[in-house]
Design a protein around this ligand. Sequence first.
Ligand code: GDP
Length: 193
Amino acid sequence: VLLGNVAVGKTSILNRYVDNKYSKDYHCNVGVEFKVKSVSVNQSTIADLKIWDTCGDEKYRAITKQYYRDAQGIILVYDLTQRETYEKLNDWLKMIKETVTENPVIILVGNKLDTGDQRKVTTAEGQIMANRYELEYLEVSAKTGSNVFLIFEKLASELVTRELQKDKDEMDNHLRSKLVNMDVGEGTKKGCC
Ligand code: GDP
């Protein structure tokens, strides 16, 4: 799920990633649009990403929450040229923490890297925010496409790593419980004969 204030460039990032398109037009999605794209991870695994685009407008917050409550991954976007969108990040992260049911992978993204001297937030400040919440941090431009693919590659890679770890943990637990049962079986045999 893409989250962040209105007009930070969430739809533009999604359109750049999925359709390799960019438009100057602006419209707010009421939290019901999604796109799907397959991404290859470590040249072997294919992950199908179902990416939800949301509107950052306060009046749609309740709807938006339904879409990120069970999200496995969150791309939290702010606009490098609008300082207030950076200052709102603490609120977003608080809301996310209060809402999510699982522990999603969260990537912090500063968008509009192409704007040069219109920039109002430094890379160091973005990184400080990311470090505070232990998030990955990327600066991108939906307009030029710079680093946009990297966001989704990092996200997919982390999600696949987590899934593989989960499978491994389940397998370990299964084997462990089998061994315990075997121990009990052996013990019973020794005890009774
Ligand atoms: P959303 O509300 O977060 O989905 O924002 P949009 O994707 O609709 O973008 C809001 C406005 O910012 C639009 O006019 C976009 O053309 C513009 N925009 C989005 N990404 C970039 C970018 O990387 N660079 C620049 N210069 N403008 C951008």
